[in-house]
Design a protein around this ligand. Structure first.
Ligand code: NAD
Length: 498
């Protein structure tokens, strides 16, 4: 049995906690490794190591920090196949999709290569007589990233690459379900030239998270995961004086207008609903056709497309999607399907009970499709995070927009239409953080910013892009003058620049 430990201070670090969590191979259902769960003492060691590395790293000039990012990018690219296979065998997604996960991470590293430009401050000459004002963006200190299971390469890069490029030191606390790729990221960052202690990986569960949230030397925490935990992390971290951004769950709607190109819509939604077995926060698990005719046309074709999908093992290059992450998650998805049936929605396609020959204990579940889902159903209100598409019929665009706007989650939304006016109006009105116009999964590119609204994100600064640089730095503003000649009079009123 392989044991997975931590990476602290530039070396592997073996915990004495004696606590472990099983790491499964979702394709077989077997336990393939055990990951060590950090103790309070391990957290202390990780924070002390990151703290010790901070001063030198924050004083390293930005061009040199950027060179580490360039090298980190090269190493990720050179190792992408090995990393993708490792990722798939713990997460369960198909290898091509794991490559996409890593590539999205590389994109953020590429963005972080521009840190000398991104971190520049502002300058005003002669803001007053002989007075200049300038600002600088300084690193915060020891920072933390707590990440979910579903993007074990991309999300650590959203946080770690930008934080480290800004001159912070960083502790990654990845999901205990697929810890191997995050650990490799820490090793590769060292190999890329980041000094020891700059990028650490600490495995663990709630105990580690709580110790990080309350540690006096931790200055900022970025979290991505489910909404209840995100809210808890936000509340606890901010109560302890830390800067926190905490992204949560999602239930993204795809609105289909009567004028949309239905062939394209079906192709887009089948991939967005079922790709990665629906385990994406930007998946499209709710389709909202507008009008009876649109609904009937969409459902007929969608059902055919869903029935054609091939579910296979992660290494099956023909598979559209592979197993979900754990047996517990599989059961949760199945119980949501039952809930939908009990609530009166029409189950047109049932993915439960799928067995793959030779992989009978794998965590497989086929595609499911519901019609006549209603907004007051619990199975609609909550996030299922599996290969389940729910169709909610709407009569008008206003009704469809209200569904997305009134939902507790507000991560992403898409509209399919040929009308620029409708799309423009919709984008302005809908209360959701990321909008796709004929784009089913509108994940912003790395030099823009990622973030949802409502219960999909707590805090007010997004991930990566300019927002990411703002999150991982603090502004200092300097007002200076160099007086010559007579000593100025004492002033008892607030200085102005009149
Ligand atoms: P999760 O909330 O179970 O776990 C996320 C992290 O929190 C993990 O590192 C885990 O170890 C830690 N954690 C779990 N329970 C905890 C507790 N009680 N106290 C403190 N820490 C705890 O999420 P998951 O199942 O790994 O990931 C799936 C979820 O993440 C979905 O809800 C999905 O929508 C969401 N997600 C959101 C985004 C986004 O950007 N909004 C992106 C990806 C995933």
């Amino acid at each position: 049995m392989r044991d997975i430990h931590h990476f602290i201070g530039g070396k592997p670090f073996e915990s004495q906690s004696g606590r472990f969590s099983d790491v499964f191979d979702p394709n077989t259902g077997d336990v393939q490794a055990r990951v060590s769960l950090a103790s309070q003492q391990d957290v202390m060691v990780a924070v002390a190591s990151a703290k010790a590395a901070f001063e030198d790293w924050s004083l390293t000039n930005p061009q040199r920090r950027a060179r580490v990012m360039f090298e980190f990018k090269r190493l990720l690219e050179n190792n992408i196949t090995e990393l993708a296979e490792l990722l798939s065998c713990e997460h369960g997604k198909v290898v091509a999709d794991s490559k996409g996960d890593i590539q999205r991470g590389i994109d953020v590293v590429e963005f972080a290569c521009g840190i000398p430009h991104l971190q520049k401050g502002e300058y005003t000459q002669d803001a007053g007589p002989g007075i200049d004002v300038y600002s600088m963006r300084q690193a915060l200190g020891v920072t933390v990233g707590i990440t979910p299971f579903n993007f074990p390469a991309m999300i650590p890069c959203w946080m770690g690459a930008v934080s480290v490029a800004c001159g912070n030191t960083f502790i990654l606390k990845p999901s205990e379900k697929d810890p191997s790729v995050p650990l490799r990221l820490a090793e590769l960052m060292l190999e890329a030239g980041a000094p020891e202690g700059v990028f650490n990986c600490l495995n663990g569960d709630k105990l580690a998270v709580d110790a990080l949230l309350t540690h006096a030397d931790v200055k900022a925490i970025s979290f991505v995961g489910s909404s209840d935990i995100a809210q808890y992390v936000y509340a606890t971290g901010t109560a302890h004086g830390k800067r926190v951004q905490a992204m949560g769950g999602a239930k993204n709607h795809g609105i289909i207008m009567p004028d949309a190109d239905m062939d394209q819509v079906v192709k887009d939604i089948v991939g967005a609903a079922y790709g990665s077995a629906g385990e994406r926060c930007m998946a499209l698990p709710v389709a909202v056709p507008v009008g009876q005719k649109t609904a009937d046309a969409f459902i007929e074709r969608m059902l055919d497309a869903a029935k054609e999908l091939r579910v296979g093992v992660s290494t099956d290059s023909e598979a559209h999607f592979a197993p979900v992450v754990s047996a517990a998650h599989k059961h949760k998805i199945e119980s949501y399907i039952q809930m939908g049936v009990d609530e009166g929605a029409e189950l047109k396609l049932d993915g439960r009970g799928l067995k793959l020959q030779g992989h009978e204990n794998g965590f497989f579940i086929g595609p499911s499709l519901f019609d006549y889902v209603k907004p007051d159903m619990q199975s609609y209100k909550e996030e299922i995070f599996g290969p389940v598409l729910q169709i909610v019929r709407a009569e008008t665009l206003e009704e469809a927009t209200a569904l997305a706007t009134n939902h507790q989650y507000g991560n992403g939304v898409a509209i399919f239409t040929r009308s620029g006016r409708i799309a423009r109006d919709f984008a302005a009105k809908v209360q959701v953080g990321m909008v796709g116009i004929n784009v089913p999964i509108p994940v912003p590119v790395s030099y823009h910013s990622f973030g949802g609204w409502k219960r999909s994100a707590f805090g007010d600064v997004n991930q990566h892009g300019p927002e990411g640089v703002r999150f991982w730095t603090k502004v200092k503003t300097i007002t200076q003058r160099w007086p010559e000649g007579d000593i100025a009079d004492q002033a008892f009123i607030i200085p102005t620049m009149q």
